[in-house]
Design a protein around this ligand. Structure first.
Ligand code: MRU
Length: 360
């Protein structure tokens, strides 16, 4: 299993209640754990990308509601539901694109769907519900790890021994409860004895590839090389890439997939060079209520992320008067995606048909 500590975990009283997580903004320099003790601290951690990656955001949302439930002074079930509804709205307002965050909020809130006649408005039943909320959050995290391991095994079949794989952003253990999606596939292939080499797009502007994916692959002993995002085309033209393998933040019912900005460009390049383009994601990333990628809300982030180079350079690299464009994600149309790797198998187009009736 992974040598990387759990991305996110629940800390029970007396040390908690708290949500403990790796502060991913400090990597690769230092591996630091932080404790979020309020819903506001947790939301700050989400917005600043201390915790990030679609499945990890689902775990954070679930634990955020568990935290709200433990901090609530509610005496009746109605008061608890009110407190958690407020927390849900606060967490939902953090980042709009990764569907896992909303999926987890709904899944945990469903635990509170107690028919009015069954809800004894007593202290014992509030305590009971608090426990159920935490149990559901814990289940989401455990389940995510299991989904990643299973999808890793399916995806590993697609990678040949000796393959050169290019990836974008970080879809590894850090982006999930553990193991990873796109990196989970690489990990499973390596565990199965395949020799791989991974080309890691640095992933401007926040450098999740250079900082996080390279760090993870080095921890796992998988050979990798970092490149600037604008070098991928030339690399492919020289025949140095066998396939593209990335994660996703939200996959629409027609197979259009939102992922870190720059993924779409990589998909176009893959098609131009006749290379397979794979997306690896658990079914919790599938949004069957969204018909097509055009409906996916793309998060716009602050101009400083571009002008200050991942916050490391104090001096802007742009003239102060320059307008800056900073969408956090793009959408790769389904027709550019060779296959979508999930925990229940590998899907090929047409995705509408393949996804029909699936339970997320
Ligand atoms: O802005 P981030 O770092 O949260 O974006 C993350 C990505 O785009 C990942 O590729 C995606 O969430 C898949 S993670 C398994």
């Amino acid at each position: 299993m992974s040598r990387i500590p759990a991305t996110i975990a629940w800390i029970a009283p007396p040390e908690g209640p708290a949500v403990r997580m790796i502060d991913q903004t400090r990597l690769p320099g230092e591996l630091v754990m932080i404790d979020c003790r309020t819903v506001e601290q947790l939301c700050e951690a989400i917005v600043s990308l201390r915790v990030r990656g679609a499945p990890a955001l689902g775990c954070a949302a679930g634990y955020g509601l568990a935290l709200a439930a433990h901090l609530s002074s509610a005496i009746t079930v109605d008061q608890l539901v009110e407190d958690l509804s407020r927390a849900r709205a606060t967490i939902a307002a953090t980042r709009p694109t990764a569907v896992n965050l909303f999926w987890a909020l709904e899944r945990v809130m469903a635990v509170l769907d107690v028919p009015a006649e069954d809800a004894h408005r007593e202290l014992s039943s509030v305590r009971d519900l608090r426990g159920k909320v935490l149990a559901e959050a814990e289940l989401i995290a455990a389940d995510d790890l299991d989904r990643c391991v299973r999808l890793g095994r399916y995806g590993a079949e697609l990678l040949a021994d000796g393959a050169n794989v290019i990836t974008h952003c970080n879809a590894g253990a850090l982006a999930c409860a553990g193991y990873g999606t796109a990196l989970g596939v690489m990990r499973a292939a390596a565990e199965g004895g395949k020799r791989l080499h991974v080309w890691v797009d640095e992933t401007r502007p926040l450098l999740q590839g250079a900082r996080l994916t390279a760090w993870e692959l080095i921890q796992e002993g998988i050979p990798c090389t970092v490149l600037c995002d604008n070098m991928a085309g030339w690399l492919m033209a020289q025949g140095k890439v066998d396939c593209v393998l990335v994660g996703a933040d939200r996959i629409a019912a027609n197979g259009d997939a939102a992922n870190k900005i720059g993924t779409y460009g990589l998909a176009v390049l893959a098609q131009a060079h006749g290379l397979p383009f794979y997306v690896a994601a658990p079914l919790s990333t599938l949004d069957l209520d969204t018909t097509a990628g055009t409906e996916i809300r793309i998060e716009q982030r602050s101009p400083e992320e571009v002008s200050l180079v991942a916050g490391r350079l104090r001096e802007p690299i742009t003239p102060t008067a320059a307008d800056i464009y900073n969408p956090a994600f793009d959408v790769t149309p389904a027709e550019l995606i060779t296959a979508i790797i999930t925990e229940v198998g590998v899907f090929a187009p047409p995705y509408e048909k393949a996804f029909c009736g699936l339970q997320t």
